[in-house]
Write a protein that binds this ligand. Structure first.
Ligand SMILES: Nc1ncnc2c1ncn2[C@@H]1O[C@H](COP(=O)(O)OP(=O)(O)OP(=O)(O)O)[C@@H](O)[C@H]1O
Ligand SMILES: [Mg+2]
Length: 461
């Protein structure tokens, strides 16, 4: 893509010459006739480089330079100074300009200075990307778990990592879906290429298509230049479509086409370009249900979920809790800290609705608030301390039963009704299965359904 240069000069003829010279070199150019206009355009188009004259009425080149540096430390600015004002040029460089050109300038001087500035900017960006990837790597290498459920996950990750298969990772919030996605990327031969994550739920609908696939200049108001989407940025690497269940129905056919044809067409563009991408996706929604309700296209679902990986909630793999606690203490530099028995039992029996993320946050807090190297029940947050005392938790067959009793009492009838509804719902209103689930004969279930007036939603009677 062509670098975009903002040219600021109050002298119309000089501005036009500069613009013409830069266009000849193959750059995109946006002109501004004052410092004020330059600053406004800078915010609007975020150019790769700014070339500004020094002496202008209103906001001067020097003031423009400092306003731009305030907004972005990596903004590249070249200033143009009149012959004989070298001290001004020196001052500008001290304030963060990349270089200067003296008027009258030769085309060669312009060409070389601009090319150097852009090359430098490219290196700086690349450097920053590599650094952030390195720190990501340290964090994202380790997935802790010894439960059979996690062993199963590790087995799948090992087998699929270095393939091209699409993987759909499901699980409640905080169960480690993104961690698994990054770990797949880092174990694949694409590990040195970009890993680009995009949260489909966080971007407004109007912007999502262009955010994913890019747009061409003029595709819509505000599209003042060509812009690459996340797909183009991920070329050669892995793209991670987070919260895929929230992808608007309107965009689903387009994504499907991209996956089938391995080519992307930017918004307003005419020809798709080929991309080499590995696709990973994640969701905490029940996506099969979304498919059956027509909210998610079945064909797209099958494309994405060639390999499904499910991460069970932490409360269904409590064996991992103790290990995770040790790991997070170490991660926060507190290897010598231990939990006494009562305290560990509370931690293990707490329900962890926010899963591993909640566990990590709690450990962080406990480490800050603790009164010594041995953590006792008193050091735990209230929700964990009281969790066990007003709930009944036990193993019933393979099914874990957790009932929370409100402090002001409860109605046994209501509890029974809720159990019946729960059993029916999770067995898709299959009465025989629900009766087995509740370990009662089927006629007892039917009797209770009638007693409480429970019927399948959408069906009467
Ligand atoms: N098994 C694990 N071992 C070590 N750290 C973990 C594990 N699972 C999750 N974490 C950590 O817990 C936090 C949450 O994990 P992650 O962001 O991958 O969850 P998620 O499933 O993507 O959640 P959400 O659906 O809310 O986006 C991260 O800091 C992650 O590193
Ligand atoms: Mg996530």
């Amino acid at each position: 893509m062509k670098p975009l240069i903002l040219v600021v000069d109050d002298d119309a003829s000089l501005r036009r010459v500069l613009e013409y010279n830069l266009l000849e070199e193959g750059y995109q150019v946006v002109p501004a006739s004052s410092g004020e206009e330059g600053l406004r355009l800078f915010d609007e188009i975020s150019p790769d480089l700014v070339i500004t004259d020094m002496k202008m009425p209103g906001i001067s080149g020097m003031q423009l330079l400092s306003a731009i540096r305030e907004r972005s430390l990596d903004a590249m600015v070249i200033i143009i100074t009149a012959f004989g004002t070298i001290d001004l040029a020196v001052k500008a460089i001290k304030s963060g300009a990349y270089d200067y050109i003296t008027k009258p300038y030769s085309r060669d001087a312009l060409r070389i200075t601009v090319a150097n500035a852009l090359r430098f900017k490219g290196l700086a960006t690349e450097n920053r990307r590599l650094k952030s990837e390195l720190s990501d790597r340290a964090d994202f290498r380790t997935i802790i778990g010894a439960s059979s459920a996690m062993e199963k996950v590790f087995g799948i990750v090992d087998r699929v990592a270095d393939t091209e298969a699409s993987v759909l990772i499901t699980g409640e919030s905080g169960t480690g879906k993104e961690l698994v996605a990054r770990s797949i990327h880092l174990r694949s031969s694409r590990q040195n290429k970009p890993f680009v994550a995009i949260n489909c739920a966080a971007i407004p609908y109007d912007l999502l298509e262009s955010e994913l696939f890019g747009h061409v200049k003029g595709a819509f108001t505000g599209a003042v230049r060509d812009r690459e989407g996340k797909f183009q940025l991920a070329d050669g690497g892995t793209i991670f479509l987070d919260e895929i269940g929230e992808l608007p129905v309107g965009l689903q056919p387009k994504l499907l086409r991209v996956l089938q044809e391995k080519a992307v067409e930017p918004v307003g563009g005419t020809k798709p370009s080929k991309l080499d991408l590995r696709i990973l996706a994640a969701t905490n929604l029940d996506i099969e249900k979304a498919v059956s309700e027509g909210k998610f296209r079945e064909d797209l679902y099958y494309r994405l979920s060639v390999i499904p990986i499910h991460l069970p909630p932490l409360r269904e793999r409590r064996e991992d809790i103790q290990l995770l606690i040790k790991y997070f203490c170490g991660k926060h530099g507190e290897r010598k800290v231990s939990f006494d028995r009562e305290c560990m039992e509370l931690m293990v029996s707490y329900r962890w609705p926010g899963n591993v993320r909640e566990l990590e946050n709690s450990i962080e807090r406990i480490l800050i608030m603790r009164n010594g190297d041995t953590i006792k029940a008193d050091d735990l947050p209230e929700k964990i301390r009281s969790g066990a005392s007003n709930s009944l938790s036990g193993i019933n067959g393979n099914e874990e039963v957790i009932v929370r009793f409100p402090d002001d009492g409860y109605s046994l009838e209501r509890l029974e009704r809720e159990a019946v509804v729960h059993a029916l719902e999770r067995n898709r209103w299959n009465q025989a299965a629900a009766a087995r689930f509740l370990r009662i004969p089927r006629h007892t279930l039917i009797y209770r359904m009638e007693k409480y007036g429970i019927s399948m939603p959408g069906k009467s009677g």
